[in-house]
Write a protein that binds this ligand. Structure first.
Ligand SMILES: Cc1cc2nc3c(=O)[nH]c(=O)nc-3n(C[C@H](O)[C@H](O)[C@H](O)COP(=O)(O)OP(=O)(O)OC[C@H]3O[C@@H](n4cnc5c(N)ncnc54)[C@H](O)[C@@H]3O)c2cc1C
Length: 379
């Protein structure tokens, strides 16, 4: 039996590391990079060049899974074929797709052409290089940064950038750059309860970040963005760098006549995370549209991608032994947002669906603990 796992992100790597060698089981993990990226820490790499990757090969020891470092170009579920960029075509009996998401620029004029993203290591490197370049004594021109989107990624990024700017400013005797955080919705971090959100907002204000909620980004050029308020008032904000973290959509590489897609191009899956109409195909992580116990879409987070991956790995082993797969039951253990350095806010789940709000150093430790748990689960 030949199984292909596409993508070694939180979902795909969790599958691969749950596998065990069996005589008739051949499993290939197809990933474009030779490393796993801790995407949830990319903002740290963007500001401080922190190491946020881990080589894949050692993690696959003892799993029976072989790594194929290659880029997937297309997946045809009706012909059961995966086409690689180098022209090779792979076939499978069972397929797991966990290729993640891409930035959604919502066709805002000029945005895709002029904005940086924060989705992979090269994006983080590009931002890190910019920050260092504008603190050179011979740099001329606007150094300010506009970040579009005040969700988790945008907020974590601006706080780290503000910290880095403070440090470089002291080191090099130049003023820090200004950071504008632009958000169309009425508040930052809509995933958080009011008290935690206010705490986060206060921290951003203390960093001197210009928070522009209720401002829709209408257009971007190489050196400015135009934003508009609900009342229709427009402003132009000049910037040396524009970074868009305002939305994602599922990577669009899978084709199949019976596929059902939902919001953000996510592929509808059944209770065992199999694509509807394709019982041999599991779609997990940001690409899949799994539903929770209330019938609502499971959020696109590393936490849920990891849970789905671990379950799918277990289910592949069950199927290989002729057993029935288990259904997916998502749980949200908590949510933490880092706010630069040792500061964070968030909540953890308590028994009977109670939430414990945590702020400050302890929240930072909780955020780190979730990362350590992830590392332990793939080791
Ligand atoms: C800055 C930032 C902060 C975040 N913070 C949090 C957080 O605090 N908590 C949280 O739960 N979530 C957070 N998220 C969201 C979380 O990172 C994603 O939900 C999670 O990565 C999704 O996992 P995945 O396995 O579906 O995709 P990914 O982790 O993106 O993995 C996809 C994999 O597929 C590979 N791939 C893609 N295309 C191809 C191709 N064509 N061929 C071969 N390989 C390919 C990629 O290289 C990658 O390894 C954050 C995201 C960002 C960007």
């Amino acid at each position: 039996m030949k199984t292909l796992i596409l993508g070694a992100g939180y979902a795909g790597l969790a599958v691969a590391t749950k596998m065990k060698p069996l005589p008739d089981l051949e499993t290939l993990l197809v990933e474009q990079n030779a490393f796993h990226t801790f995407e949830t820490r990319l903002h740290e790499a963007a500001a401080h060049n922190t190491r946020v990757t881990m080589p894949l090969a050692p993690l696959l020891k003892g799993t029976g899974v072989h790594l194929e470092q290659a880029q997937v170009e297309g997946v045809n579920l009706d012909d059961k074929e995966v086409t690689l960029k180098d022209g090779r075509v792979l076939t499978y009996d069972t397929l797991v797709v966990g290729l993640g998401s891409v930035t959604n620029f919502y066709r805002i004029p000029g945005l895709a052409e002029n904005a940086s993203e924060l989705k992979q290591l090269s994006d983080a490197d590009e931002i890190f290089n910019y920050v260092n370049r504008v603190f050179a004594n011979d740099y001329h021109g606007n150094r300010d940064i506009v970040v579009g989107g005040a969700g988790l990624t945008g907020v974590e990024l601006v706080t780290e950038l503000a910290q880095r700017a403070e440090l470089l400013s002291k080191e090099r005797g130049l003023p820090p750059f200004k950071i504008h955080l632009v958000e169309a919705g009425p508040k930052i971090l809509p995933i958080l309860d009011e008290a935690l959100r206010l705490k986060a907002q206060k921290t951003l204000e203390e960093y001197g970040i210009n928070i522009l909620v209720g401002h829709r980004l209408m257009q971007a050029t190489a050196d400015s963005v135009t934003v508009q308020t609900a009342e229709g008032e427009q402003k132009v904000i000049p910037a040396g760098k524009i970074i868009w973290t305002g939305g994602i959509q599922a990577r669009d590489v899978v084709k199949g006549a019976k596929l059902e897609k939902g919001p953000g191009g996510r592929i509808a899956v059944d209770a065992e995370l199999r694509a509807k109409g394709y019982p041999d195909v599991f779609i997990i992580g940001d690409m899949g549209l799994a539903l929770n116990q209330e019938g609502k879409p499971v959020p696109t987070t590393a936490q849920h991608a990891g849970q789905q991956g671990r379950l799918t790995g277990k289910n592949l082993m069950r199927l290989a032994k002729g057993e029935q797969p288990e259904a997916y039951e998502p749980t949200t253990l908590g949510e933490f947002v880092s706010l630069g350095g040792l500061m964070a806010v968030g909540w953890m789940k308590l028994p009977w669906n109670q939430k414990l709000a945590i702020t400050g150093g302890l929240a930072h430790v909780m955020k780190r603990a979730s990362e350590w748990r992830w590392r332990a689960s793939i080791d």
